[in-house]
Design a protein around this ligand. Sequence first.
Ligand code: KG4
Ligand code: ZN
Length: 361
Amino acid sequence: MSYFDETQLNLDKEEPIILGIESSCDETAAAVIKGRKILSDEIASSATVQAKFGGVVPEIASRAHTDEVEKVVLRAVKNAGITLQDIDAIAVTYGAGLLGALLVGVSFAKALAYALKKPLIAVNHIRGHISAAYLDSASLKPPFVTLLASGGHTAVLYSETEAQFEILGATLDDAAGEAFDKVARVLGLQYPGGPNIGRLALEGQPTVAMPKMFKGSGGYNFTYSGLKTAVINYCHTKDQKGEPYSKADVAASFQCAAVDVLVKKTIGAAEEKGVKTITVGGGVAANDYLRTSLAKECKKRGFTLVLPEKRYCTDNAAMIAAEGLVQYRLGNFADMSLTAKASIPLAATLVTPQSKRRKVD
Ligand code: KG4
Ligand code: ZN
């Protein structure tokens, strides 16, 4: 017997109401969408506490999620102007991320789904970043190429349908966001490093030589560890010799090297695949230099660029609800055995016996 009321289920409902819950890292987030419209979007972050430690401390994140999850979810429901009973499905991030942090969201979502007799949807966090673009453009439809650049992943993807994507290339070592965070630390900037590097780069010039970034080679793969090491070595050598240097110039040079290769490969992938639409997702997609560079290159070629607002590039729950909508249409529901997974493949989708899975293009 199903835990949810199957008589109430209508997979073809025009604008299902989905509650999204996200707790994979240091943000406790909940959002409600109706179709592709965002009705509410709440975030409680432990980033200011984490900044004192120079990164995310898993135990602090888990405790903060436990304190916040119920408040954030109830606020999202209230601000959406709905009641809990109006929800058609509950989507929750089940991986990848910090295990303890994920467990808080998954346990809460399971309990809520069971109590309300509503279907539960297990969402891969990375698929959430990709689906954020659907909330930005009501008319967005595959095929398109996505640049995914977050703290844990960097990849160029080709989506042929809403439910399937092909990984054209990915980082062979560090993720772009990880490189931003590590370089920020060397420059004495606080976590999360990306936005702080972006701000400092505005005061500098890209005059410091950086390593070649696989621009014309490596297919659509990336490597960031050499770039990170080059910046660390540059700063340490200058410090050891007592030579002054401009941190703003280092930030600007690093940012150009890190971003130019992302733009070049994303455009190259779209050209090769013959698609005219590019979307972006992940925290690094909030970078102003990346946003303007990609917009310029897309404009030159007559490509449509779907650039979600910055808050929907970094971690949020609306994107989890958006991917929840994709899985809802497929009838892909989780069961009460759902558990959190610290690591899952980039393209993973959980399919359970509970699933009413059907094929939708
Ligand atoms: O997608 P996200 O919020 O979380 C993960 O799923 O990893 O990405 C976080 C990453 C961090 O490494 C952060 O430094 C980077 O995104 N980031 C940025 C910017 N905002 C966040 N990197 C460059 N420029 C930004 N404005
Ligand atoms: Zn993320």
